[in-house]
Structures are given as C-alpha cells and as structure tokens.
Design a protein around this ligand. Structure first.
Ligand code: GAL
Length: 777
C-alpha cells in the first residue's frame, strides 16, 4: 500500500488535500477554507481506555489519569489465538477522548461517526448523554453540536458494552463465531453546514451501450429550513480528467431530520471503461452543494460502471456469464479480535484474489469493514454483503433492528461496484414471512440496481428474494430448485481439517471441494459456489474443534494455506499463474496409510515426477489431469501413486508442462528432517500512526522450502523499536507455521523483530515506520 492509498483508506487528515470519499467518516476531506465545505477529523488516536467502566466516567471532570492510552481500532482484551474463554472480552468498558475543536469550524454542525463498535455504545459529551446505539457491525452517528465547547476542552465518554446482548442481532441464541469487542473500526468528527450532503448513491445507466449515463442520487439534510435556492454540481472524473459535469438547481422549505432527495443525471460523457474483475476500473464522482457560487458542502465517492445480474443461465457480469468461485470470510484474527487496521484487512482481499484465485467473497455473516470493501473494488473481487445474523430471529424489536441493519448496510455500501448481492435474510434461519417481505422490500426500494439473496439450509424454504442462496453441505449437491441459484456454503463445516492432519484427510478435504466445483460446472443454473470457508476462525465452546476454533478454512487462522487452498489456486488460467501444489506431506508414513494416491493441484497439462536416488533425479511417472473423475473442471487435480518398482524413498520433484514447455516445478525432501527456520513480513514499511500493522509469518521447512507440517517448535520473539507485538513473545508453531503481527506506535523510526528458533538460530526483519500527520483534533 503506498502512502497515497494509505491516506485515502485510513482517512488521515491531509492539509491541503481536497479529497473526501463517500460515506461516514470516510476520509479526510478538504482543509478549513473559505469554501465552507465539510471537514472530517479522524479521531482514532489519543483515546483513554479502562477495561471496566468506573462510576462517574461519563462526567467531564472524571479523573482518567489511570486509563490506558490506546489507538483505534481497539479490542477490549487481547486473547490467545485459541483455547480462551470467550467471556474474557465480553466486558463493559470505558473509552474517553479529550479534544479541542479547531477554531476554523465556524458555526457548523459537528457529528461523531462510528464505523463499528461491538456491541452497544453509549456516548456522553462533556457530561451530557448524547445517545446510545445497539449493533456491532453497522455504522452510526450522533450530533454533538449542542453540547460542544467551542473555545475550551471537550471530553467524549464512550461506554462500550461488548456482551452478547440478546436483543441485538446476531445475538439471542447460539452463534458459531466470536464477535469480540471494543471500538474496533474508525471514528471521526464530521463538521458540516446546516444544509449538507448526507449521502450519495451513484450508479451507471445503460452501462453497456455506446451512451452510458450516471444517476447520482443525493440525500440532503437540512437542519434549518432552507431559505436560499441551492444547486448541486456533480462531476464525473477519470483520475484528474473531467468526463462530465452538471449543475442542477433546487429549492425546498424542508427542515429538520427529514432527508431531501435530488437526482442529478449525467449523460453524454462518452464510452467508459467497465469495472470488471480483471480490470476493476474506478471513477470518481464529486458532488458539491452550492449556494450561489459558494461551495457549501462537498462529497466524493468512487463508482464503477458494470452490470451484474443473476440469470437462469448463471451470473452475468457486463453481459458475460461468469461462474462464481469464492469463499466465505469472517472478519476476525488471532489475538486482536476484529480490531485490525486497513492494511491487514486489505491483505485478506489480496489473499482471496491473488493466492486463492477467488472471484467472489461472502461477508459471512455481517457487513465487514469499508477498508475490506474498498480493496474488493480496487482488486476486483465480487462481494455478497450480508446483514448480521445467524439462524436466530428474535421478537419484533429484534426484527426492527435487523430491518434497520438492512438500511445501514445498503446506505453505507451502495457505491461499491464489487457488491453484487444484498443478503437480507438471517443466515440459515427459518421462514419468517412478514419479516422477510420487509427486508426485501426495503432493499429493493433503497437500491433497485442490485438483486437480493437469502441464504438458507433447506430448499423448501419460502422464496422471497431474487436469488435463492443455499448452504448445501451434502454431496452430490441438490439440483437447483429455482432458476437463480447460488451455493453459498459447502464442505468445510462437515469436514474440519487441521494443517497437521494426515494425507488421507487432506486428500479428502481437497477432493470434496473439487467434486463440488465439478458439479457446479456441470449445470449452468448453478451460478457458482462460495465454499465454507476461507480462514479458520474463533468460535464458541459449543462449536469448533474443542479449542474454540472452527478448522473449516482452506487456510488456517493465520491466513496460511492448507493443501485445499491449492485446489482453489489451481483453478485460475495458467496465463495468470502456473500453479503446482502438492496436496500432501511427502513422508513414507505409518502403515496402513503409507504414501498413496497423493493429490496434486495444478493447472498444467502434464506433470512429470522424479525421485532422487544417488544424487540424481529419475523420472518415475507422467501424470495427466483426472478429467475422467472431474469431467466438468477445466483444471482437475492430478493423482500420484508410486508405480511398482519405485519403493526406494527419496526426494520428490514434480515438473509441470503446458504445450511441451516446463512452466512450474516443486521439490519435496524425502529426508523427513526439519532443516530451516525462516520468517517473512507482508510489508516492511508501515505508517507510524499507532494502528498500522503487518503480519510476520514464521515457518520451518525442508531444504527445498516446503513446510514441515508436524513441526511444533517453540519460537521466541523480541521487538526493538517503536512498535508493539500483536501476539505472544513466545509461541509454538502450529503445523510448521504461525504468525504474529507488528503494530506501529506513533513514532517514526525503525523496528527490528528478532525470532529465535531453538535449533536453527535467529532470523530478523527490519520494518521502517514513516511519519504521518498527527490528528488535528
Ligand atoms: C453453517 C453456518 C456457518 C458455520 C458453518 C459451520 O451452517 O452457516 O456460519 O457455522 O455451518 O458449522
């Protein structure tokens, strides 16, 4: 991530920048200037925190000198990666933030925007209760204006109840994931004039024609009755180049909380580059609110021109059928709950798109961070966006909250071209006719451009959405019982697999995915499938593998691949990447398992396998993809059985060929000896903002670099420099690997991480922390 995208995605205040993105708290926007436009002040640094909420902590004068200084995103309590008590983080905690308003804000209104706090948030300003919001996955705002000290210090007191509150979706019964706690997404102050832009929804019209258009639906809030006639100026930009601009006048006497809707239509700007998964082309839409020639407010968002429709022949992107291949993702991480910065969330998108070669992700089972969605737009990963919920539907008040979640999700996310479906049914719930009539009607009213989906586990379920979503864990899959049909979960839950499991289990894990995708490819009415799931995740005691982890991922909780990840990866076109992944641990093994029927995931046409004897490679066999077993897959797996007469054990080398050219090769040691300890850092340059973080992967390999999955050696880690470790200082490898994260402090400099293996010595990583402007407020 370069500095520019970091600033854009994290919303650090940049003096002089005219950038502001869509949505609440998104950015950083214009400097205080005569134009009178909005100001956004990120409020992520300099919070004070107490894990318990002391009596009186809502008062301005409360003595918070004993509180801990923290930076957002923040989780209430750090945890181990597994085996911990979920009650530990379910606390009622207290955050406080002292601030002074800059003197350039004039008499404008001041709002505080929270992007995500788990689970219920009560806010006081200078001892005055401002409001309470219940819901851990959706954004919310409060107006602070009446209680602000414009000349002296202000104190925000925020009580966060991170318990599983039964009246708030997804809670009320059991759920199979942990929600963690705290103010775990960004916060900002938004300073706007009394009449301001509340939201903008920009969407293409006749996108595939020679004369595409753009409709820009602007929601305006007028806190005082409008006296003047105003105008909206909408500009469509490709980078810095202006493609189209339109000014539209309007008048209205409406004042108060009611929103005023204005649609500005831009036409005749010529042909556009489509947003596609291979070329995710984004444009910028700038909306200005003008009072005569003066800019009163402005709002900037991205848009992409594309059509996305589920049909009875499958899913069409820009008029072309595309089989969907993806995974479900939970937003949580080891040690830090969901409190990870933009860089780490974006890394998940890179992993899904580039390592796993997915074209789609399901945000199971709640709206995920805008940083994640921004990266989906930028890298070209399609998204199913879902309201919070898991099997349980509560009483009327609970349902009303879920309805409100539909609105908050859609109104936050509608400008993301990557999002192709609104999932507006509680995952795997029973039928609730009236409730789901409401969720569908609301979604269609707010956004008629996208289809809705409901994810269920039984086909007889009442069908009220546009697309029928089914979690079908059996095999063969059920035949589609509706023309628009998407398989939203399969495999993982029925076949948990740990990185250190034996070859038989990994083979079966891979083949289950391969058989499902083969079947999905056999019938055009299957739009594709989203496997369960991308990454192992932390869960409640009544689910998972006995250590509060669901080992359902094709990657482990550290986002490191299991052999089944190789199957996903191998489904890409070799022109994108030649893939050759051995789906086994190369070891002679105990009887009766021995080495038999090893599966290799590859998009090559032919594999040649060699064994090393007496220092020389001897070819033992040539392999073809198993088209007979997987007739519908373009890139079926290969099977390796050792031919008779090759009982001599040795190193294995597999070479992959396309049209006679060797394009990939992999070697695995036959010695069964741990040989090397190595470490890798995802990013060696971070921003010194107190939140930015990067993953450090630790692994023990053979002499060829292949992971040794039975290695569980202890590693000690030390850090030197202005950073903190997310994770323990000493840990055991799990399946030959593990990871920790390094989090920058607010100090420019250099950090050295040292990781020591008892036998293979020490490895170091140097990370540079570069200065970013401090928050202004
Ligand atoms: C599904 C559910 C997922 C997960 C999975 C594993 O039924 O939708 O959220 O719980 O089972 O058990």
């Amino acid at each position: 991530m370069d500095r520019r995208s970091f600033l854009k995605s994290t919303g650090v205040y940049v003096t002089g920048s005219m950038l502001a993105e869509c949505g609440m708290a998104k950015t950083l926007s214009a400097p205080a200037e005569s134009s009178g436009g909005r100001l956004i002040f990120p409020l992520n640094q300099n919070w004070l925190y107490s894990v318990a909420a002391p009596v009186g902590a809502d008062e301005q004068s409360f003595d918070d000198s004993a509180f801990e200084r923290v930076v957002l995103p923040h989780n209430t309590v750090p945890t181990s990666w597994h085996n911990f008590d979920q009650r530990a983080y379910q606390v009622v905690s207290q955050y406080r933030r002292h601030f002074r308003l800059p003197d350039d804000i004039g008499d404008r209104h001041v709002f505080i925007d929270f992007e995500g706090v788990m689970t219920a948030t009560t806010v006081w300003l200078n001892g005055n209760k401002i409001g309470k919001y219940e819901g851990g996955y959706t954004p919310f705002s409060f107006e602070l204006t009446p209680y602000l000290n414009r000349e002296s210090e202000n104190v925000l007191a925020v009580e966060v109840d991170s318990r599983e509150l039964p009246g708030v979706p997804p809670f009320g019964y059991q759920i199979d994931y942990l929600t963690f706690g705290g103010i775990y997404r960004d916060v900002a102050l938004r300073v706007v004039p009394s009449t301001h832009i509340e939201n903008v929804f920009a969407h293409g019209v006749d996108v595939l024609s020679h004369a595409p258009g753009l409709d820009v639906e602007v929601s305006l809030q007028s806190l005082a009755a409008l006296k003047e006639s105003l105008a909206l100026e909408v500009t469509l930009k490709d980078g810095d180049a202006v493609l189209g601009r339109r000014i539209q006048k309007f008048t209205s006497a409406v004042g108060g909380q009611k929103l005023l809707q204005q649609t500005v239509q831009l036409r005749d700007f010529g042909v556009v580059n489509l947003w596609d998964v291979d070329r995710p082309y984004l444009y910028t839409v700038e909306t200005r609110l003008l009072e005569r020639a003066r800019v009163v407010d402005h709002y900037i968002c991205k848009t992409g021109f594309r059509t996305a429709r589920f049909t009875d022949r499958g899913f069409e992107l820009n008029g072309k059928i595309m089989k969907l291949r993806g995974l479900n993702r939970h937003q949580t991480f080891p040690y830090a709950g969901a409190a990870m910065p933009a860089r780490v969330l974006r890394k998940d998108v890179e992993i899904l798109k580039r390592e796993l070669k997915c074209n789609m992700v399901r945000c199971s089972h709640y709206p995920q961070s805008r940083h994640f969605l921004d990266a989906c737009d930028e890298l070209g990963l399609l998204v199913l966006d879902e309201i919070p919920g898991w099997q349980h539907v509560g009483d009327q008040a609970w349902q009303d909250k879920a309805i409100d979640n539909v609105s908050r999700m859609i109104r936050r996310d509608w400008n993301h071209p990557s999002i192709i479906l609104w999932s507006i049914r509680i995952n795997e719930s029973h039928d609730f006719h009236d409730f789901y009539v409401r969720t569908n009607a609301l979604a269609r009213k707010l956004d008629p451009t996208r289809q809705t989906i409901g994810v269920r586990y039984f086909q007889e379920s009442e069908f009220l959405e546009d697309v029928f979503g089914i979690n079908d864990f059996g095999f063969p899959l059920k035949a589609p019982n509706h023309p628009l049909y998407l398989n939203t979960e399969f495999v993982g839950a029925e076949f948990p697999t740990r990185p250190w499991d034996d070859n038989d289990r990994h083979r079966e894990h891979i083949l289950r995915f391969a058989h499902v995708y083969d079947q999905l490819a056999s019938d055009a009415q299957y739009a594709g499938g989203l496997g369960w799931c991308a990454f192992d995740y932390a869960t409640h005691a009544d689910f998972g593998g006995g250590d509060h982890i669901c080992y359902h991922g094709v990657m482990d909780i550290f986002r490191l691949p299991k052999p089944a990840a190789g199957f996903y990866k191998s489904q890409c076109d070799p022109s994108e990447e030649a893939v050759l992944e051995a789906g086994f641990h190369w070891a002679e093994n105990d009887q009766p398992s021995g080495f038999k029927r090893g599966v290799i995931c590859s998009n090559c046409e032919l594999l040649k396998c060699y064994i090393k004897r007496d220092g020389k490679w001897h070819q033992i066999i040539e392999l073809k993809p198993a088209h007979d077993e997987f007739p519908h897959l373009t890139y079926p797996p290969f099977f390796l059985s050792l031919p008779d007469g090759n009982d001599d054990w040795g190193d294995l080398r597999i070479d992959g060929y396309i049209q006679g050219n060797k394009i990939a090769s992999k070697s695995l040691s036959g010695l069964g000896i741990d040989q090397k300890f190595s470490i890798h850092c995802d990013d060696t340059e971070l921003f010194a903002d107190g939140a930015d973080a990067a993953r450090i992967v630790l692994c023990v390999t053979d002499e060829y670099g292949a992971i040794r999955p039975l290695c569980n050696d202890p590693i000690s880690i030390s850090l030197d420099g202005p950073a903190t470790l997310i994770g323990p200082k000493s840990l055991a490898l799990v399946g030959g690997t593990a990871a920790v994260w390094v989090r920058a402090r607010q100090e420019e400099g250099s950090v050295r991480l040292t990781a020591a293996h008892p036998q293979f010595g020490v490895q170091t990583i140097q990370i540079k922390l570069s200065a970013v402007p401090a928050e202004r407020v």
